[in-house]
Write a protein that binds this ligand. Structure first.
Ligand code: IMP
Ligand code: MG
Length: 178
């Protein structure tokens, strides 16, 4: 375990079983659809690649990068698009792939943005969710696991751009950011 990690919240084995279950449900739900996975950079990278490998339906992929966090642990509430999707969304069944939903500000903005681009449908799939921290009540269609209000790192998730490469999800020691 990394020295800055307080404890492991989700082991590699646990993540793998969550991803497989979710991919099975998504594959059933999107059987006759025009699925486009849109990963939110950069946190969703590991989740996105593992999830798409498990899907049994055809899909296309794209990425969007939005910023709302600085280097701290609190959301600023403002969302900027740093990198947009690279294709028209008309008629596509967009499934946004996210690492973690905290306040909900980012996804509230992005879902409206995609709806305005005429997507046939827009749904959200997230590996993790912190329900206690929600400021905007957005409908989340697929949730891997609800987590307590602690700052988590690994499996794509960062603190100040670090720890994304850890293969598990762990709780960051408060001494690192306080
Ligand atoms: P929201 O807009 O407040 O829902 O923020 C969502 C974004 O904040 C996620 O995409 C993450 O990048 C980041 N975030 C929220 N909580 C955590 C955490 O515990 N660890 C790492 N990143 C987090
Ligand atoms: Mg992030």
């Amino acid at each position: 375990m990394h020295k800055d990690c307080e404890y492991i919240l989700l082991s590699e084995e646990k993540i793998s079983s969550i991803v497989k279950d979710m991919a099975k449900t998504i594959s059933e739900d999107y059987k006759d659809k025009n699925l486009l996975l849109v990963g939110l950079l950069k946190g969703s990278v590991m989740f996105m690649t593992d999830l798409m490998k498990e899907l049994t339906v055809d899909c296309k992929i794209d990425f969007i990068c939005a910023s709302s966090y600085g280097s701290g642990t609190e959301s600023s509430g403002r969302v900027n698009i740093v990198k947009d999707v690279s294709q028209p969304l008309d008629g596509k069944d967009v499934l946004i792939v996210e690492d973690i939903i905290d306040s909900g500000n980012t996804l509230n903005f992005i879902t409206k943005y995609f709806a305005a681009k005429n997507a046939a449908s827009v749904r959200i799939c997230t590996l993790l969710s912190k329900p206690d921290r929600r400021v905007v009540d957005i409908p989340v269609d697929y949730v891997g696991q609800e987590v307590p209000d602690e700052f988590v790192i690994g499996y794509g998730l960062d603190y100040d751009e670090k720890y994304r490469n850890l293969p598990y999800v762990g709780v960051l020691k408060p001494s690192v950011y306080s």
